[in-house]
Design a binder for this molecule. Sequence first.
Ligand code: HEC
Ligand code: HEC
Length: 244
Amino acid sequence: MKMISKTKILPIVAAMVWLSGCGQKSQSPESANYSAERGEKLAQAKCSRCHNTAMPPVTSETEKAPPLYTVTVHLKDWMKVSDPSQKREKFIAFVQDYVIHPSRKKSYCDPASLKTYGVMPSQKGKVTQQELGDIAAFMYDTYDQMAMLQAVKEQQRLAKLPPYRQVLETHDCLLCHGGGKLAPSFAQIGKRYGMQGIKRIEEAILKGSKGRWPKYHTPMRAYKDLSEKQLEDLARWIAQGANE
Ligand code: HEC
Ligand code: HEC
């Protein structure tokens, strides 16, 4: 999951300055079947070096480009089409064209931001039209203001929970440890180690574990994305018997 503590929520209004219009006619995309799911991975691999892909977006002083959320919402905003059913198609066509042939003239970026960031360098040779179709489909389907509000609400809800709960609600631990044949319950683990074994519990979460519970054969993978606070709180909660 995205670290709540590190995530700066963009003041939505402040983000909105980034746009002005200039005409761009769409080219008709071939009726390829674009996949937002593939697009998500591709955006990570090919665009996130410059465009932050989180939602809510994470911004920084040193960013090379506006976050993909901002790019998408503004493009969508600008693209007034008479027939709304054509909007997605038009959006995809714009992205497919712009990423290969970016230019000051085509950019919807306002002059001040364009000056700060510079025109996007062409990604010709680094990404195919099919891949761009997938990426654009992902952008279009993922980033919008309603989804953003939802994401912010969800982050606020999670932020109020105890750290161990945050982990349980955003990770798959209970699929195996929630009582069943796949793994010992957290209560059993707590009973074995107790507070004096809390370091071992932390280590197991951080590095994974196998062979300690011979009854269970699925190895337990490592979880490296928890904050220090979450890791400590979760280990303490397990060590103390995992009581709700
Ligand atoms: C080397 C940095 C860099 C990479 C990599 C990059 N971009 Fe950009 N992109 C920029 C910058 C800078 C801008 C803002 C200036 C502009 O509009 O050209 C931008 C703007 C855009 C825009 C907005 C154009 C507009 O007029 O509003 C789109 C769409 C876009 N990028 C898509 C992508 C996609 C998709 C990828 C991955 C395939 C990608 N970019 C990779 C730097 C990058
Ligand atoms: C795919 C199933 C699976 C998932 C998901 C999973 N575990 Fe485990 N976990 C196991 C199994 C199996 C073991 C027993 C491993 C062994 O024998 O050493 C285990 C062991 C452990 C142990 C005890 C290790 C030891 O040294 O005795 C802890 C603590 C633990 N898991 C915590 C977690 C936490 C926290 C999460 C979620 C962040 C999680 N697990 C997710 C399967 C899983």
